[in-house]
Every structure is written in C-alpha cells, then in structure tokens.
Design a protein around this ligand. Structure first.
Ligand SMILES: [Zn+2]
Length: 185
C-alpha cells in the first residue's frame, strides 16, 4: 500500500515538467542555496540511480537544491556504502520515499548480460547477474535489477529502530533515456 502518495505525485509531476519544452527545472538559485545552507537539507525523496551521464535525477524530476537525496552508482546496485547513505537519509533526514531508478540502455546491465566485466567492474556485473538470473532480455533484466535492489532495501530496513517502515514507500521505476519518461514498476 502506498503511504506517501503526495511525494510520488511530486516526482511524477516533476517528470511531466521535464518532458515539456517549457520545463522550468528545479530551483538552483543563489537564494535556494543560501536557504538550504542556513537551514539544512530536507530532501523529500531518496533516489538510487545509475551513474550513466544521460540519467540526471534532479533534471528528470525537475528538482532543485535540497529536494532529492541522490545515490548514483553504475547499474544502480547496492552495497553497504549505498545502504549507509539510504539509512542516513531515511533515519536522520526523515525521507519517507525511496526510489530505485533503473534506465533503458544501461551499459552495466548489458555488460552483465554479456558475461560480466573485469577488474572492479565485476563487483557490479556479478550483483546484476545475481539479480537477473537466466533473463537475457535487456529491458526485462533492467526491471529485475531494480526489483532486486528494492527487495534488498525492504529487507534491510524492515526492522530498523529509527526508520518507521509503516511510513516508508520503497519503489522501483525505469527511466527511458530516449523519451525522458519514468515508468513506475
Ligand atoms: Zn546504467
């Protein structure tokens, strides 16, 4: 059951603005910068996204300074550092919406489907392969990879003393790098 429908609406509305030619974008003005520096950050959502240069969460959701707590890592995979970042934003900044955002044409997913990478990349492709199993269709694999990360977050924070899971939404979505649309899973 969705609890933070207003926050999800805010993301969806931001994406709609991004899709229009007259997209206003988020507030990155000097006054917004000074205000958040003085008063602290109160991001309304945590977004776990890929490092791909075509996937810019703040732009995709028309978000400005202080609005999104973004964690970017190739293939939007999770390890303890990412989970620590999520924990910080949920427990201490009181974010109540966590979104894992995969995307079409993901090179990390493709690398995993093509047998995995070398060096440190292998840590990423191994995690994606664990998520996708025998699936070899890139779009289906992308969705499975997102759902895998959503499952990890749900499990890890199910009984967290400082994060009330009753108030939390943990969702997945896929961003289309050609159309700019976010498809909610
Ligand atoms: Zn990617």
């Amino acid at each position: 059951m969705i609890k933070n429908r207003d926050l999800i609406q805010r993301l969806a509305e931001g994406n709609r603005r991004y899709l229009t030619a007259s997209a206003a974008g988020g507030d990155v003005s000097p006054s917004a910068r000074r205000k958040t520096a003085a008063e602290g950050q109160r991001p309304y959502a945590i977004v776990v996204a890929c490092s791909d240069s075509r996937v810019i969460p703040e732009s995709i959701f028309s978000a400005g300074i202080g609005e999104l707590f973004v964690i970017r890592v190739a293939g939007n995979v999770l390890d303890n550092h990412q989970l620590g970042s999520i924990e910080y934003a949920a427990a201490h900044l009181h974010c109540r919406l966590i979104l894992v955002l995969g995307h079409t044409g993901c090179g990390a997913v493709s690398a995993a489907l093509n047998g995995g990478g070398d060096g440190f990349i292998r840590y990423i492709t191994d995690e994606i392969l664990a998520a996708v199993g025998q699936e070899r269709d890139p779009d289906a694999a992308c969705c499975l990879n997102v759902e895998h990360a959503v499952g990890i977050i749900r499990r890890e924070f199910a009984l967290h003393p400082e994060i009330p899971s009753a108030d939390l939404d943990i969702l997945g979505a896929v961003y289309d790098i050609a159309t700019g649309e976010v498809r909610w899973l």
